[in-house]
Design a binder for this molecule. Structure first.
Ligand SMILES: [Zn+2]
Length: 311
């Protein structure tokens, strides 16, 4: 069916010219419809685009949030680990505390003994300095910076832990080797130094302590070590010599009997023999000597622990 056609007349009143325009209905309707729907379509398109942009922004925001929370989680876990390590280090340094009297005895050891054991002070430990990483952490911009810092803090802690542990082990070895307890219960009848010889009455240098007691009383190892000698030796009578390492040596004389053999390892407090009066002795007593690299030490200086009955 052919489209209906319309003619529009346009007349100029002054000149009398008339123009006619003929249009068919269908294209006119199409153009009118297009004119009406175009803005609507443009609006719908814009709305759709905006909506998809918003949803993609939302999605990327969510993934960023997830990433951020993973990052925070990892950082928190690392920080927690660092805190645990730091407390371990400071516990090792401070908490691996020696018995104070034993520490005092160790401090009285000659410097060369301490140097041999520790390379310095026997009782002070490397300090566990608190790391101010938490403050720095918040100032760092990128995860790489943060993890780099945390890694270096962890490495530092690991090294310190290693140093502290080595130091604690050396200190404990020296502590075990320090002759810090009394070798026998009894009366202290003679100290180290010049004295009148109990037999001849002449001038005499006494190399250790005499502790008088009853025959058969236990004699104790005053520190951990190895028996280097257990036998009769001249004026000492029955003598036990203990080698404690670090150049330290103790001697126990005039024993009535032996509880140890040469080469045997002993701990502090082990019974090594029985009190007697063998060798050059006027009565039942223990003669006790401490030496460091062969030089006499005053045993009383080191006896910071249990005390016997004094005269
Ligand atoms: Zn003596």
């Amino acid at each position: 069916m052919p489209s209906r056609r319309y003619t529009i007349l346009i007349a100029d009143r002054t000149s009398g010219v008339v123009r006619r325009v003929t249009i068919s209905a269908r294209p006119a309707v199409v153009v009118a419809c297009a004119l009406v729907t175009l803005p609507v379509l443009v609006g719908i398109g814009a709305a759709w685009k905006a909506k998809s942009e918003v949803s993609s922004l939302y999605a990327s925001n969510q993934s960023l949030e997830a990433e951020n929370s993973n990052y925070r989680g990892a950082t928190k876990a690392l920080s927690d680990q660092i805190e645990v390590l730091e407390s371990v280090v400071s516990d090792l340094g401070a908490g691996a505390a020696l018995d104070p009297s034993l520490a005092r005895a160790m401090e009285k050891l000659p410097a060369f003994v301490k140097n041999r054991a520790m390379g310095g002070s026997a009782t002070s430990m490397p300090s566990a300095q608190p790391t101010a990483y938490a403050k720095t952490l918040s100032a760092l911009a990128t995860p790489e910076d943060t993890f780099g810092l945390l890694r270096s803090v962890l490495e530092g802690l690991q090294n310190r832990l290693h140093d502290v542990r080595a130091m604690v082990e050396r200190r404990n070895a020296l502590a075990a080797a320090t002759p810090a307890i009394w070798p026998a219960h009894g009366w202290l009848t003679s100290r180290m130094g010049s004295r009148q010889d109990p037999m001849t009455g002449g001038e005499d240098f006494h190399a250790g302590l005499d502790i008088a007691g009853e025959k058969g009383q236990p004699i104790y190892a005053t520190a951990a070590g190895r028996v280097s000698q257990a036998g009769y030796q001249g004026a000492y009578g029955n003598l036990v010599v203990l080698d404690h390492g670090f150049g330290l040596e103790t001697k126990y004389g005039h024993l009535s009997s032996f509880n140890v053999k040469p080469g045997q390892d002993v701990k502090r407090g082990d019974i090594i023999g029985r009190l007697g009066a063998t060798g050059r002795a006027t009565g039942y007593h223990l003669h006790y000597e401490v030496r460091a690299n062969g030089r006499l030490l005053n045993p009383l200086q080191l006896l910071t622990q249990q005390k016997p009955r004094d005269q």
